[in-house]
Design a protein around this ligand. Structure first.
Ligand code: ZN
Length: 205
């Protein structure tokens, strides 16, 4: 679709009454997105699980036998567009389905995989969580050659991230919100805590 065509569609949509416009936009999204089309039953799929918000199907182009994809029925581009509770639900689903698939295809391992963004390998702009059964010598590669990051840069990055992580709010969880462990570096031991409660940075790596 070129820019002129896009402009024409935008003008057409702008000319519609609000409700009609919303329906039309929804139609366009469904026609452009395979996962929306599956969610709206416009495209057939091997559906394993479905509720009001989520769906799990066998991937049509599987990385291995039993490759399952889990996605929200609403068109959500990236994982960070989901609310926390939905992220939690999707990972619980992935964990449960991973166990089922693991047994059913007699896998020897699983990868639970997210590609957030095109550069990370996301092929369609609709967030998907992959559950990929693994088998010995299956030829799949999830390996990388480590890059060298200067020790002081690593420490600086860790300090900044640790500071910012204090804003993470897990209160959406119904119960048993874990209290954040205080990280104590080796240079500044905290006498008051027992050795079992203290994680040094070395131990956390
Ligand atoms: Zn979609």
């Amino acid at each position: 679709m070129n820019e002129t065509e896009l402009k024409k569609i935008e003008q057409y949509l702008a000319s519609l009454p609000e409700k009609e416009r919303e329906n039309k936009i929804q139609e366009i999204i469904i026609s452009q997105c395979p996962f929306c089309a599956i969610a709206h039953k416009r495209i057939e799929a091997n559906i394993i699980y479905e509720d009001d918000k989520f769906m799990a199907v066998l991937d049509i182009n599987p990385a291995s036998k039993g490759h399952v994809i889990i996605f929200p029925k609403a068109h959500v581009p990236f994982m960070f567009n989901l609310d926390d509770k939905d992220v939690g639900t999707m990972f619980v689903l992935a964990n449960k389905l991973s166990q089922l698939v693991f047994e059913e295809v007699e896998a020897e391992g699983t990868n639970i995989f997210v590609a957030n963004g095109e550069v990370a390998g996301q092929k369609v702009g609709h967030f998907v969580l992959h559950v990929i059964p693994r088998f010995k010598d299956d030829g799949l590669k999830f390996e990388w050659s480590p890059v060298r990051v200067d020790d002081s840069e690593m420490k600086g990055l860790c300090d900044k991230l640790r500071q910012k992580s204090s804003s993470i709010d897990l209160n959406f969880c119904v119960s048993d919100v874990p209290s954040q462990q205080k990280v104590v570096s080796e240079e500044e031991p905290n006498e008051e805590e027992t050795s079992e409660e203290v994680y040094t940075e070395e131990e956390r790596i």
